[in-house]
Design a protein around this ligand. Structure first.
Ligand code: PGA
Length: 256
């Protein structure tokens, strides 16, 4: 049994006060016994959010990191710095990093390896653009993102890896993948991971879906057998909708 995992990616939103209030609102409404919950605030608010969720078991993730441990890299944050302030997770390879900031699979792979080696957990984002989907390249793109993103990661380190399948055309567009479309890709990714590592690792791997997940569509998406949770953008910025997505996920994954 995979423990479901719902994470909120706050992107470049909220003020310090709003971030702390959102974190406080979330922890008042949850328990993490049967579900993993994570939040990824802007890095300048990490400390405020870490204080707000202290002792609750909520994971706090950075939205990015650099692969070098220290040095002359203006504007960057090392994995050790993120751990130092109390983060336990980092999102790597988000489509906005890939497409707006030009991050390549090679750069993403360096970050994944550096983060895992430092002791962070990693949410590695993969997913195709609309052009790629329409050209029938969805599986090829996901194979490349997984193959190159996880290149050199050890079987042992895979316990600290979560994959987020986020079709680029569904992110922030309100146009979510249908549960069947999402399940199809998740069911492609799992054996891919089995062939790279082994079937036990693939069976234990959490694969989140991301892309316009909201309180209304979460139950249907999370009811799919290979969808193990969600990476939520817009709908994670409000306590009520994020808590509803968590509840719907819990409902979808409750043993029959
Ligand atoms: P969205 O973003 O839920 O606003 O589509 C998802 C993401 O980018 O992680």
């Amino acid at each position: 049994m995979r423990k479901p995992y719902v994470a909120g990616n706050w992107k470049m939103n909220l003020s310090r006060t709003e971030a702390a209030a959102l974190a406080t609102g979330i922890v008042q409404g949850i328990n993490c016994d049967d579900i993993d919950i994570g939040v990824a605030p802007p890095s300048v608010y990490l400390s405020a959010v870490i204080d707000a969720v202290e002792g609750t078991g909520v994971h706090v993730a950075a939205q990015n990191c650099h692969f070098e441990p220290k040095g002359a890299f203006t504007g960057e944050l090392s994995p050790a710095m993120l751990l130092d302030v109390g983060c336990d997770t980092v999102i790597i390879g988000h489509s906005e990093r890939r497409h707006i900031f030009g991050e390549t699979d090679d750069l993403i792979n360096k970050k994944v390896k550096a983060a895992l080696a430092a002791g962070l957990k990693v949410i590695l984002c993969i997913g195709e653009t609309l052009d790629e989907r329409e050209a029938g390249q969805t599986n090829d793109v996901c194979r490349r993102h997984i193959g190159e993103g996880l290149n050199g990661v050890t079987a042992e380190q895979m316990a600290d890896v979560v994959i987020a399948y986020e079709p680029v055309w569904a992110i922030g567009t309100g146009r979510t993948a249908t549960p069947e479309q999402a399940q199809e890709v998740h069911a492609f990714v799992r054996p891919l991971v089995a062939s790279t590592f082994n079937t036990d690792i693939a069976a234990a791997l959490r694969i989140q879906y991301g892309g316009s997940v909201n309180a209304e569509n979460a139950l249907d998406l999370m009811s799919q057998p290979d969808i193990d949770g969600a990476l939520v953008g817009g709908a994670s910025l409000k306590v009520e909708s994020f808590l509803k997505i968590i509840e719907e996920t819990r409902k979808a994954k409750a043993p029959a």
